[in-house]
Write a protein that binds this ligand. Structure first.
Ligand code: BGC
Length: 764
């Protein structure tokens, strides 16, 4: 590689994933939005609409149907009643509702829209279907740990089948925000810290929600890639906080999962709450128009987040409601969620000329086209069918998928002395901890329609799989945040009476999710005291962590011989964990986020830059990039996860060690299981661009493969690299590839050496 950035040959590549949007079938209809030749039916409807009715179509409010978790998560407007909302539908003042409840509600509302409103425009019913509907799947972060996009597609499909049966047309998912800072509670909703994994999961989830039969299918829901953009980059990991990132980092890190979602045909996107370098995303014409529409050609719908336009006032960006409306609308937010700002202020803004009628029509057209794409003009009741609602949810197949998804999401962090798997008979087992038993803390944050009451807890799961259920006891030992009177004594007695302890500790489900940033990402002190007391009994301990983010583990929890990361696994939680505990299924998931040594390292992610003073391996050297207290590394690295086998990496071969400019490079490595049990290994390929015109991360994931290895088996894994795998966002902010040296690892995690070599990308 040439040493000077100036003499280097930079190659501009096409923005492939993005242009794919215009070509894929599911969005053929939506893509017509900006071509003025939209549907004649919609054009004639537009011609008949008053400005007030147009503003009504751009208004989306929380359903005022009483009760349920949905209302707790997203309270309806003060004073909003269902009758008042029906009145709004009748008057053409509402385009849709979100997080409503079931087909009865949808039937009543849609009937009013179709029979009593002047123009008979169907409502659109939206909902946060983030990780399952009535069947609850693992939280998205946990499921990302499966490193299995097909699994994510299947669970999104099952969620869509259930949600659509309950009248839902549109889901506010997938959440595709990259999260480098694990203090941020919403990390739980996404796919973790990595761009490559994030892209794979984003596209898979879109495919799953929208299905393959087109959006008109009665089991398809329109997906919404959110939150555009860089919501995960809030300062200090604080939810809603300001973001200050360079355009390069936006393009390199935060945009690609959105581009992957657009490439997979997602029908909508949601503007994020945060500002980006001083301009709130909700009123950011560069983001929502220059990049999204003009550069990427996105033709779908842009919706605000919940009161996102109203919040422009608190941001200090708009002086009042009217200005906030104008700024958000003119920046490119088509539909306003929950503030009523569009309904209240667009008519006057249009009358005054501050908002052109053409822009109003463009936004309304997008909403109507989304409704048309979903088949609602042909049959407004196509997803509203009480019988389907009863028969399509919580089916045997969906529950089996939830169990499988659960076990494929569990990460085995440690397994000293091969403590796991446990025998199914002959041992007395004490389940100890606030997550040991009970219909609570199972389904995880951001699940609006599932219920802990319908989920399997750890005690039931373990008892279902052991020969003698009476050999298993359960003791809380502690509350989640506070000690229980006599709890530790009871737990120690239970441990003493057992052969093995399963310690179920971690975070409550309301400790992650929206507005749940934590200043210290640890197991709460009361549970640490419990862990220490139980460890003092000397009994072998398997920790089963419940968590919605990476945690900084310490003390008796960290020192336990075996640790499982079990996230929030949803409906079949206890069974999925028990399957892994007893070896009915083997652990195969990997950390989608780095578990740090200490919270103070956050934001920590493996793909950080080297700095001018990288910390050398081995004994501490002064004046290097490290902390006084902890290494500049993860305690458990991104990509880490053990199996029940004994896996080795060898025989790396890089055919010739050179990648020709227009060629491919075959990378071969041999993976061996020298253990006595079958294993499924996620083989990861990382690269590092040794010298480039823009400094590059110390490692970047570029591919992964899952291999199944029987005991004693070995297999060669082959990856094929090409030039585009080495591209990054260059000095000119365009995708760039530079010839030169690259380091490559085929390894079991971002921190493991595995097998490594260098190769050269040769200039044409
Ligand atoms: C969240 C969104 C969600 C919306 C509607 C907001 O508070 O940020 O992710 O889709 O509420 O429930």
């Amino acid at each position: 590689m040439e040493s000077s950035g100036i003499s280097r040959r930079a190659m501009l590549l096409g923005a492939g994933a993005v242009t794919a949007w215009a070509a894929s079938p599911a969005r053929a209809l939506l893509a017509r939005v900006d071509a003025m030749a939209a549907s004649p039916m919609i054009e004639s409807l537009l011609a008949r609409m008053t400005v007030a009715e147009k503003a009504g179509q751009l208004t989306l409010n929380a359903a005022a149907w009483a009760g349920g978790a949905a209302n707790a998560l997203n309270p309806t407007k003060a004073g909003a009643t269902f009758d008042a909302q029906l009145g709004e539908v009748r008057a053409g003042q509402l385009g849709g509702v979100f997080n409503g409840h079931g087909t009865d509600m949808a039937q009543r509302m849609q009937t009013v829209a179709m029979r009593e409103a002047r123009l008979k425009i169907p409502l659109i019913f939206a909902a946060d279907v983030i990780h399952g509907f009535r069947t609850v799947f693992p939280v998205p972060l946990g499921e990302a740990g499966s490193f299995d996009p097909d699994l994510a597609e299947q669970t999104a499909r099952a969620a869509a089948v259930e949600a659509s049966a309950a009248g839902i047309d549109w889901t506010f998912a997938p959440m595709v925000d990259i999260a480098h800072d694990q203090r941020w509670g919403r990390a739980v909703e996404g796919a973790g810290e990595d761009v490559f994994l994030g892209r794979m999961m984003a596209a898979a989830r879109v495919r799953g929600f929208q299905g393959t039969k087109g959006l008109t299918a009665d089991d398809a829901v329109m997906a919404c890639a959110k939150h555009f953009a860089a919501y995960g980059a809030g300062e200090g990991g604080l939810d809603y906080n300001s973001v200050d990132v360079s355009e390069r980092t936006l393009r390199d890190v935060y945009f690609p999962p959105f581009q992957a979602a657009f490439g997979a045909g997602v029908g909508s996107t949601m503007a994020s709450f945060n500002e980006i370098s001083g301009v709130p995303a909700t009123a950011n014409p560069w983001l929502l128009d220059t990049v999204l529409r003009k550069e990427w050609g996105f033709g779908g719908l842009v919706v605000s987040d919940y009161t996102g336009d109203e919040e422009l006032i608190a941001h200090g960006f708009a002086a009042d409601a009217r200005e906030a409306t104008r700024l958000a609308f003119m920046a490119g937010v088509d539909m306003s969620m929950q503030s009523n700002f569009y309904r209240d202020h667009l008519p006057a803004l249009v009358a005054s000329g501050a908002v052109p009628m053409a822009r109003l029509d463009q936004a309304v057209r997008r909403v109507l086209l989304a409704k048309q794409a979903l088949g609602l003009f042909d049959d407004p009741f196509r997803r509203i069918d009480a019988k389907r609602e009863r028969t399509r949810v919580r089916t045997k197949a969906h529950l089996a998928l939830a169990r499988d998804a659960g076990r494929r999401s569990i990460v085995l962090l440690k397994n000293d002395g091969d403590l796991l798997p446990l025998p199914r008979s002959g041992k007395r087992i004490a389940l100890i901890g606030p997550f040991a038993q009970g219909q609570r803390e199972l389904i995880g944050p951001w699940n609006v329609y599932g219920s802990d009451k319908e989920a399997v807890d750890l005690l039931s799961g373990v008892r279902a799989l052991v020969a003698d259920p009476a050999s298993v006891t359960a003791t809380d030992g502690s509350g989640i945040d506070a000690p229980l009177p006599g709890g530790i004594e009871a737990a120690v007695a239970a441990a003493n009476a057992a052969d093995i302890v399963i310690l179920a500790v971690g975070e409550a489900q309301n400790m992650s999710g929206e507005a749940q940033s934590r200043a210290d990402i640890v197991v709460p002190a009361a549970q640490m005291a419990l862990a220490a007391a139980v460890a003092a009994t000397g009994k072998p301990i398997v920790v089963a962590l419940r968590n919605g983010r990476a945690l900084a583990l310490s003390g008796a929890v960290l020192e336990a011989p075996a640790i499982l990361v079990t996230w929030f696994l949803g409906s079949q939680s206890g069974l999925a964990i028990a399957d892994i505990l007893f070896g009915i299924a083997a652990p195969s998931a990997r950390l989608p986020v780095s578990f740090p040594y200490a919270t103070g390292q956050e934001p920590y992610h493996y793909a950080h830059k080297s700095t001018g003073r990288p910390n050398p391996e081995g004994p501490r050297v002064d004046y290097k990039a490290h902390y006084r207290e902890v290494p500049n590394a993860a305690r458990f690295a991104f990509g880490h996860g053990l199996t029940y086998g004994k896996i080795g990496y060898s025989d790396l071969q890089l055919a010739g060690g050179k990648l020709a400019w227009d060629g491919t490079l075959e990378v071969r490595a041999t993976i061996t299981n020298s253990g006595t049990r079958a294993a499924e290994e996620v083989v990861q390929l990382y690269i590092h661009d040794v010298a480039a015109s823009i400094t590059r991360p110390v490692r970047e994931l570029k591919a992964f493969r899952r291999v199944r290895l029987a005991a004693g088996a070995r297999q060669e894994v082959v990856f094929t690299l090409k030039r585009s795998d080495l591209q990054f966002v260059g000095l000119d902010l365009k995708p760039t590839v530079e010839p030169g040296q690259f380091r490559l690892w085929v390894a079991p995690s971002a921190q493991a050496e595995g097998v490594s070599a260098t190769f050269e990308l040769v200039a044409a």
